[in-house]
Design a protein around this ligand. Structure first.
Ligand SMILES: Cc1ncc(COP(=O)(O)O)c(C=O)c1O
Length: 388
């Protein structure tokens, strides 16, 4: 029987668990002792693999986890993660009982939501842990007035269905050089906290950029994502994070040929050779998240830079080699091959005119993840075979 630990293609992502461990530990050690670190493992841990990253982050000193969806939290619980998990996105009141039963904390932005959730939760369920989300300037989700917060606090005091576990906000400009908007959000959040009769267990605001460059943003917990993956939390405040990149993407040459001057490569015959050239084909394409816009980007083939030529196809990409290389030669699209040259996630983001977050999230489930400690492969996950 073929299973989730097998793979049959020569394209894979490597997840460096030592780097993850070290990044989490370094960030943890840089925070005050009483500040709890919640590792952001939403979106399959930014494409790295939620379960493996969650386990490693907790081992390295993270106190809890944050995810975007109730589904993501439930998957982690079902795989045996016992640490605190907070869902960041709003859940339906009708699903409050599921969250409560699995000891998953959820955000609340409206008294009405609590009333409806209370009506549907049913008997014999443990109290639902809620974190009130305050909108201090992000304009996404959150209550906007202190009066609403006071009403929620009073309501919870009169019921048994809920536990007021946390209060939080989210900064929209903590990564920017200018402090003004950030300071406005910080002041607004402090005002929210100040109207509470009882301050809950967790008070949190900072993301990576907050935790790494605003030491007035810690309160007693932080939610750190991008920095634990060894990626830059800010374009404007470098060098914020000296972490090691956890994610790398590799493939192998599956076909190689010499072409003559004037011969064309790929759809639309968009690339034409000017002289004799060695062209290699690698089995990765836009259906893996390796987008067509990456035409012209370089890769590292057998330790040397080589340019992607012609249009990137759904499942295959062509590369112009500096000289002949045999089938089976490793090609690195993100990361390095130990030669000193290294393709950062940020290099790819710049080529795509986007942010590093989007690059790691876009390499999708078709690409098996190899989890490594040192040079040792400890686990392979091929979600194509999940449930087979
Ligand atoms: C509410 C919230 N908190 C924390 C994070 C983690 O942010 P970062 O990856 O910048 O550390 C995110 C990420 O988008 C978020 O939406």
């Amino acid at each position: 029987m073929i299973g989730q630990t097998q793979y049959f293609r020569d394209t894979w992502a490597e997840i460096d668990l030592d780097a993850l461990y070290q990044n989490v530990k370094t960030i943890r050690d840089g925070l005050p002792r009483e500040t709890k670190l919640f590792a952001a493992v939403k979106a399959n841990a930014y494409g790295h693999g939620d379960f493996q990253i969650a386990k490693e982050a907790l081992k390295a000193g993270a106190h809890g986890l944050v995810v975007a969806l109730l589904d993501e939290a439930l998957v982690l619980r079902q795989k045996g993660i016992k640490a605190p998990i907070l869902v960041l996105g709003l859940i339906r009141p009708a699903d409050a009982g599921v969250a409560a039963r699995h000891h998953i904390s959820v955000p609340v932005v409206q008294l009405e939501w609590l009333k409806e959730a209370g009506r549907t939760m049913g008997a014999g369920v443990p109290p639902l842990k809620i974190h009130v989300k305050c909108d201090t300037g992000m304009g996404r989700i959150g209550l906007k007035h202190e009066e609403e917060l006071k009403e929620i606090e009073q309501f919870i005091k009169q019921t048994d269905e809920f536990e007021f576990e946390g209060i939080f906000t989210h900064f929209s400009t903590a990564d920017q050089a200018s402090e003004k908007y950030y300071q406005g959000q910080l002041a607004a959040f402090k005002k929210f906290v100040s109207v509470l009769e009882t301050v809950p267990k967790y008070v949190h605001a900072a993301n990576s950029a907050g935790a790494l460059c605003h030491n007035d943003s810690f309160f007693n917990a932080v939610r750190v994502g991008i920095a634990i993956y060894g990626l830059s939390a800010s374009q404007e405040r470098p060098p914020l994070n000296k972490g090691k990149q956890v994610f790398s993407l590799h493939s192998k040459i599956v076909h190689v040929k010499k072409i003559r001057p004037g011969e064309c490569i790929g759809y639309g015959a968009a690339y034409q050779a000017e002289k004799e050239e060695w062209i290699a084909t690698i089995p990765v394409g836009y259906a893996d998240g390796w987008l067509r816009k990456l035409e012209g980007q370089s890769v590292i083939a057998g330790g040397e830079r080589a340019e992607i030529v012609g249009r990137i196809c759904m499942d295959q990409t062509m590369v112009r080699l500096p000289h002949y290389m045999p089938i089976g030669t490793q090609v690195t699209l993100i990361g390095g091959q130990g030669t000193g040259d290294f393709i950062t996630v940020e290099e790819i983001a710049e080529k795509l005119d986007t942010i590093n977050y989007e690059v790691i999230c876009m390499i999708n489930f078709r690409v098996p993840r190899f989890y490594k400690r040192g040079s040792k492969l400890i686990e392979v996950e091929n979600p194509l075979f999940r449930g087979v």
